[in-house]
Design a protein around this ligand. Sequence first.
Ligand code: MF3
Ligand code: CO
Ligand code: CO
Length: 285
Amino acid sequence: MAISIKSAAEIEGMRQAGRLASEVLDMLEPHMRAGVTTLEIDRLAHEHMVKVQGSVPATLGYQPQGYPAYPASLCSSLNDVVCHGIPDSRPLKNGDIVNIDVTVIKDGWHGDNSRMYIVGEGSIAARRLCQVTFEAMWKGIVKVRPGVRLGDIGHAIQSFAENAGFSVVREFCGHGVGARFHEEPQVLHYGRPGTLEELVPGMIFTIEPMINAGRREIKEDRRGNRPYDGWTIVTRDRSLSAQWEHTVLVTETGYEVLTVSAGSPPAPAFAHAGYGQAAALAPTT
Ligand code: MF3
Ligand code: CO
Ligand code: CO
């Protein structure tokens, strides 16, 4: 199937879903402290989505081909977990880094985003990984404008992350998003400039790089000889992994980040105008 181009009305629906997805992450912020369990975080998010927002947690029961139904209302990926970690009853500890990935459905539209949270102060190495990954996501976002190709986005992310001494996970990527959770195109976080699909106004996709402190290879989580849960992915070398995610619209002149709310972390200085329209003002090289 081709990449869907959203109409003005559809884009407005995606703005609402994106804002709500971001507001769930805002709401969780003060709770991301030592002693809390990711199951408690999941419950808080679930209640907020269903009772406060009137939105639907897209991950709950989500079952792509070949996977078991996902059992929670968010993903919580701790330390060496790369993605799709399932909330559990272990309390967070000072120094942990954890990605919380929330996808809401509102009026049929999906808003998909994630942030890193550092429990307590965090080591210098952990803080740097989270910061570099945040900036790597934004290096991709600021490329977005009509005529640019997906390979330009992947290349911007990869070169930034690798220059910082980190590695880019290859097996998982960003994706088109809209009436369905995962649509075309695939948005790789590595690549060559001038390759792959050309961006057109009205496309909406996520940018969600997974960056490892060590090697890029991953594996299914069978730690402690437990049976595989069907979802949790860890770094092969057990190094730390970080991820940030936004849902982004291609506008006539650049980009608009849809997963934005009062608590969104400020865009980096190189993003100029911030969360919307900035590519029109940014240098093209
Ligand atoms: N939110 C994830 C993404 O960014 C997908 C999670 S699927 C789940 O694409 F089933 F693991 F929740
Ligand atoms: Co996503
Ligand atoms: Co997500």
